[in-house]
Design a protein around this ligand. Structure first.
Ligand code: FAD
Length: 330
């Protein structure tokens, strides 16, 4: 059956200060692949003030129509307003699924929406399949120690998606004709009911989220000076950032803003180089959906090797300079 015969999949992103938020950008890239897995036609939904331009960009790059949900007096994305705006679209489109990025604010909006619609909400989804009319959703639990498969038979399926899920891919052919971007104003409410933003902590480090290659170091670096090796390897790539395990960050070898994992950042780059990182579940929780993982470790039994696509069993102090040397010869 053609996907377009089977209904709509709403992909809900958000803008902050007129720009697509980091988590939403990833969802934009995944839209087509995810919708294909879910068997539906993707329609983007953007919440937040000043979404017109990001909506046009998203629509043009992903080749999907985008609906902007805006409230005249609320200048930043608000989970309860997002939930009520999206609930209106659910009435209109009767979608098969509503997908949010797995960010704190979007999780709140997804949970509120599922409560309003009286349907389940599945968070931190890493893989999707359809079996006998049910969606089978793989999600990690207990901080990434275990994986659980959840089967959901009700629609719409409300879920939050881990970055990297659904093998992000851009469409092979973006249509020549501009796709519609519709702006919907949310109904005005009692001003007292509109939450006020008192302060906003700026995202300290966007570089890590955006990088195509993440070169991460752990306690296996051995000394803070060895952390410099990560920079020399990262410099080999056009879009790369240096990161670390909590072990390395707690020792002060790398800044905490670069920590990957359950209590750090979640990344899903095209390439993740894990240098001297054992692969504790709390670290894997932040990077296991990376497209290609390469582990550089002296221990062939390290847990990181179980999730890695390629492994180099070698002292990183020997391997990383050798890699750089080969690169310079090219
Ligand atoms: P280690 O576990 O010590 O591993 C070092 C690795 O380097 C080993 O595999 C070793 O074989 C290898 N090695 C040693 N020498 C070399 C060499 N010369 N060349 C190559 N390899 C070498 N951790 C996170 O990373 N992120 C989190 O967000 C996070 N959150 C946590 C939350 C909680 C509540 C708790 C309890 C823990 C959390 N942790 C987190 C910590 C986590 O459990 C691990 O302790 C930590 O990830 C270990 O860091 P590591 O892999 O760098 O160090």
């Amino acid at each position: 059956m053609q996907s377009s015969d089977r209904g709509t999949v709403l992909m809900v992103g958000e803008t902050i200060d007129g720009r697509l938020s980091a988590g939403s950008g990833d969802l934009g890239k995944q839209a087509l692949k995810l919708a294909e897995r879910l068997g539906g036609r993707p329609v983007g939904v953007l919440t937040g003030y000043g979404s017109d331009e990001p909506a046009r960009t998203w629509s043009a790059s992903a080749g999907i129509s985008v609906i902007v949900l805006e409230h005249a007096r609320c200048r930043f994305p608000n989970p309860s307003m997002t939930a009520s705006g999206v609930a209106g679209l659910v009435d209109e489109y009767a979608p098969r699924a509503v997908c949010f990025p797995h960010t704190m604010r979007a999780c709140q909006a997804a949970a509120t929406l599922s409560w309003r619609l009286n349907v389940p909400c599945v968070t931190a989804v890493e893989a999707i399949a359809e079996k006998n009319g049910h969606f089978e959703l793989k999600r990690s639990i207990f901080g990434g120690k275990l994986c659980r498969t959840v089967s959901v038979g009700t629609t719409p399926l409300v879920m939050t998606i881990m970055p990297g899920t659904g093998s992000p891919s851009m469409p092979t052919a973006v249509p020549d004709v501009p796709l519609p971007v519709a702006i919907r104003r949310l109904p005005d409410t009692d001003p007292g009911a509109i939450p006020r933003r008192i302060d906003r902590r700026k995202e300290a480090d966007q570089a890590l989220k955006k990088a195509q290659v993440v070169v991460a170091g752990g306690r296996g670096l051995g000394t803070p000076e060895q952390a410099g090796l990560l920079d020399t390897v990262a410099a080999m790539f056009k879009s790369a950032a240096v990161a670390g395990s909590r072990g390395a960050c707690d020792l002060g070898w790398l800044p905490h803003s670069r920590q990957v994992g359950e209590t750090g950042r979640t990344v899903a780059p095209a390439l993740y180089l894990a240098c001297g990182i054992s692969g504790a579940p709390q670290h894997l929780a932040g990077m296991r959906t990376s497209q290609t993982i390469v582990a550089i470790n002296t221990d062939p039994d390290a847990a990181m090797l179980k999730v890695a696509h390629y492994a180099v069993i070698e002292d990183l102090g020997r391997f990383l300079p050798a890699l750089r040397e080969q690169y310079e010869k090219m």
